[in-house]
Design a protein around this ligand. Sequence first.
Ligand code: ZN
Length: 304
Amino acid sequence: MNRGLVLGILVAAGAASAVSAAYKQAQQPVPKIVEVEKLKDNLYMLKNGGGNTGVFVGTTGVVVVDTKNPGWGQPILDKIKEITDKPVTTIINTHTHGDHVSGNVEFPATVDIIVQENTKTNMENLVAPPGSPPPQQVFKQNPGKGMPKRTFKGKMTIGEGPDQIDLYYFGRGHTNGDAWIVWPALRFAHAGDIFSGKNLPLLDTNNGGTGVEIGTTLQNAHDGIKNVDSVITGHSTVMTWADLAEYAQFNKDFLADVQAALKAGKTPEEIAASWKISDKYKGYNIQDARLKLNVTAVVDELKK
Ligand SMILES: [Zn+2]
């Protein structure tokens, strides 16, 4: 055998074993590692596996905000056991998306589940946002499990004193059922994906989301909720209340920019190609695909 042929066989064998290793890896379930960030003595943020989960340890039980992707309910429960002996009594879902509600079905059936009333309707038939793959129908696959037991329209308060939690709805944005969860004693809130991080928001027009109203809704939440310092975002780090004000303005500016460009006769393609984020917004992540989707969403809404 000449050296070239030997080398070729070795390379081929190496490639085959790499492929088989990758295949084996794909066959094995990827471990679901929940990362914990302690925010207050009795408030934690659980990361990975979908949206950020809030865990509040109250006097008599635990309140969980959002339950991540399918299969992440048990890892959340396991992690809570490391934090406290108290039982989970309540789940609050910020909105309908599969990476925030799917773990619900893995919690005990006794757990109370609360959402904004439009989110309950959305959860009855899970629909993907524009440009996303169809979600796993976890509630149809697990009949009688994980669906909301209670809803609210504009505001609801559960618990009292140090356990008080206020739930608010300030209007449409990411979806038409984005709940804001506030712990007054801790001066903390959870915003879900209407404030997922410093980025262009996902406007889920298939679930009532809106690029025309999201800036105003964010502003109304910022102005309407008092005495909060910090906010758990849907998918990013904890932000300040001032960051929320800035994010509201960012969304209002985006709408104004698209409106002005439309008035100047630009097509949606031209608007997306020419739009630039203002220098005053530092550390924002602007994705090209999201920019195109959001320009289209806003233009379609304005034409209605
Ligand atoms: Zn979402």
